[in-house]
Design a protein around this ligand. Structure first.
Ligand SMILES: NC(=O)c1ccc[n+]([C@@H]2O[C@H](COP(=O)([O-])OP(=O)(O)OC[C@H]3O[C@@H](n4cnc5c(N)ncnc54)[C@H](OP(=O)(O)O)[C@@H]3O)[C@@H](O)[C@H]2O)c1
Length: 313
């Protein structure tokens, strides 16, 4: 899976590791994708902006044998040179339009110019293909870039993983540990998709080394309802957890609109109102995965919500 056949001068067929070019290797997810690619025997080429080249994530990847390429993303020729000979470009960038649409388009154009056969964009989300335009600012940007990707002469694969399970330990205001309640809107029986950052990275690395991937791959380490989250929180803390239904979905939508009006934070990637859009999307059930590709790479193990909550300090 992670190799391509080539022939020696003596005529023997040997397996060569595939070369994966990774953008966003200093990021939380991107760094883990880089490590997972090295674990799978890939030749890793990590593209890094010069100002970020001294970050510890880059030092760690270099020590593991990755080639580090410092490159200005605005320099099309330099980007294309950085991609020469790569089998797949993986993006794990995070940002708003200037990153998800503009910087990723620079990556895409350079990948096409360099003749790279495959591209994995920085999607890593709930299934935005099923959501109406305007319901989630960040996911609209992914759809917009996806349209450019679909028109380019390159094979594209998006990895969709639901919400990062790790966020349940505190960042996402769903399991409220202080008051021992699980907060929700709508139905406590709506199934929700969760995957850890590490599992998403491991799956993305496997997909990057697999030339046969379809346009979309969907994974969920666990599909859990609010009632399941309640049980998981109780099991891992040894305490009773109740449910707190804040209201119907219309209320969450209204709260998101009011929060956006009061604190628009236009340059923030994840302001509170955007988190509310994400939760609203999930609780509607619209972006729920209808099938999962969890078994595509049988060596991968999936981390449960309980395992994640048990790591909470
Ligand atoms: N499903 C979920 O629940 C969930 C939750 C969180 C994130 N995500 C997604 O996961 C992906 C990765 O997020 P993350 O949390 O790992 O991000 P992160 O830790 O903030 O890292 C962002 C990366 O993007 C790079 N970057 C940002 N702006 C750039 C630019 N203009 N040009 C070039 N590189 C740029 C950064 O490089 P520098 O070091 O050079 O700044 C860094 O490597 C994103 O698609 C994000 O939306 C999903």
């Amino acid at each position: 899976m992670s190799t391509a056949a080539s022939t020696t001068s003596a005529g023997h067929s040997v397996a060569e590791p595939l070369t994966i070019a990774l953008a966003g290797a200093t990021g939380d997810l991107g760094h883990r994708i880089g490590l997972a690619l090295l674990d799978r025997g890939a030749r890793l080429r990590a593209l890094v902006r010069p100002a970020s080249a001294a970050k510890p994530e880059i030092t760690a990847l270099r020590e593991r044998g990755a080639a580090i390429v410092e490159v200005d993303f605005n320099n099309a020729a330099a980007l294309a040179r950085a991609f020469a000979g790569a089998d797949c470009v993986v993006s794990a960038l995070s940002g708003l339009r200037d990153v998800i649409v503009d910087a990723q388009t620079q990556l895409l154009n350079a990948a096409v110019a360099a003749g790279v056969p495959r591209f994995i964009p920085s999607d890593y989300s709930i299934d935005y293909t099923k959501l109406p335009e305007g319901s989630n600012r960040n996911l609209d940007l992914r759809r917009e870039f996806g349209r450019r990707l679909d028109q380019a002469s390159i094979q594209a694969t998006s990895v969709l993983n639901g919400m990062f399970t790790d966020l349940l330990t505190g960042q996402a205001p769903v399991i409220l540990f202080k008051i021992k309640r699980v907060l929700y809107w709508g139905s406590a029986d709506q199934p929700l998709d969760f995957t850890t950052i590490a599992d998403t990275a491991a799956f993305t690395a496997a997909a990057a080394l697999d030339p046969t991937t379809p346009r979309y791959l969907r994974v969920a380490g666990e599909v859990a309802t609010v009632r399941d989250l309640q049980a998981a929180a109780a099991a891992t803390t040894g305490q009773r957890f109740g449910r707190l239904r804040a209201g119907g979905l219309w209320l969450l939508k209204l709260m998101s609109r009011i929060a956006r009006r009061l604190a628009p934070a236009p340059k923030e990637v994840f302001p509170p109102w955007q988190g509310m859009q994400y939760l609203h999307n999930m609780f509607t059930g619209l972006p729920k995965f209808s099938s999962l590709d969890n078994d595509r790479y049988p060596d991968l193990k999936w981390t449960t919500v309980r395992e994640v909550l048990a790591t909470r300090k």
